[in-house]
Design a protein around this ligand. Structure first.
Ligand code: 6PG
Length: 227
């Protein structure tokens, strides 16, 4: 488990979402004050939906936000299972972030071409100001899965044989996800208990390979934390 992690244990998934929402807005204000922009990497999956819906109803200096994705499934752009479709419906189509500031992963082009194209985006974005991540039941994060080998120096990986459908994906690498001022990992639900216990007992899970210089804030509900 990362040495520099701060665990925030909350009662419910709603409380986790509210706490993460507050962190994001505060980070955005600080980044915009510091450098005139806020570079945020969105998490995929279902956990962040509540956070995105809260952001959709809030007021922020949206013109200075820049949006990236941690990973994407290799599906058509309008496919219901795309992380970008969820983020758009829950968040992005409801706020005035300029389209030119939203860097959707071209995962519909397939893992290799998608990853190659997105490397250019990531090179120009690093370091991020905030990275949001979830965690799967096997300890995966973004589309970095246990047992998968990747070239360490890559910024964006092509992913095949994902144990979580669809099998083809693309993912920002652990190294690039670690190049961030702040990292928030959101974990909720009893189905994550085993992975959380494995993580806390020091197992070398993909979620444990994300190592930014600064403190990692882990927001977790009671259902996921029960040992
Ligand atoms: C994906 C996500 C993935 C997700 C975890 C947790 O594309 O599937 O990026 O890493 O964050 O699997 O998913 P849930 O939030 O749905 O539990």
């Amino acid at each position: 488990m990362q040495h520099n992690s701060r665990w925030h244990l909350l009662e419910t998934a709603d409380e986790v979402a509210l706490a993460v929402y507050d962190e994001i807005l505060e980070a955005a204000q600080e980044a915009i004050k510091r450098q005139g922009k806020f570079k945020l990497v969105l998490a995929g999956g279902s956990t962040p939906e509540k956070v995105y819906k809260l952001l959709a109803k809030s007021d922020a200096d949206w013109a200075r936000w820049y949006i990236y994705y941690g990973d994407e499934r290799c599906l058509p752009v309008d496919h219901a299972e795309r992380n970008s479709l969820m983020a758009t419906h829950c968040f992005l189509e409801n706020v005035a972030i300029p389209e030119a500031h939203v860097f959707t992963m071209p995962a519909e082009l397939g893992p290799e071409i998608g990853a190659k194209e997105y490397r250019e985006i990531v090179i120009n974005a690093l370091p991020f100001d905030m990275v949001l991540l979830g965690m799967g039941e096997d300890g995966h994060t973004a589309s970095l899965f246990p047992g998968h080998q990747h070239k360490q120096d890559e910024l964006v990986h092509a992913v095949y044989n994902s144990p979580k459908p669809p099998s083809e994906r693309m993912s920002i690498s652990a190294e690039a996800l670690s190049s961030t001022h702040q990292l928030i990992i959101m974990v909720t639900g009893a189905n994550k208990q085993d992975a959380v216990n494995a993580w806390r007992s020091g197992q070398d899970l993909p979620v444990a390979t994300i190592n930014p210089k600064n403190t990692i804030d882990i927001y977790i509900d009671k259902d996921a934390f029960k040992s």
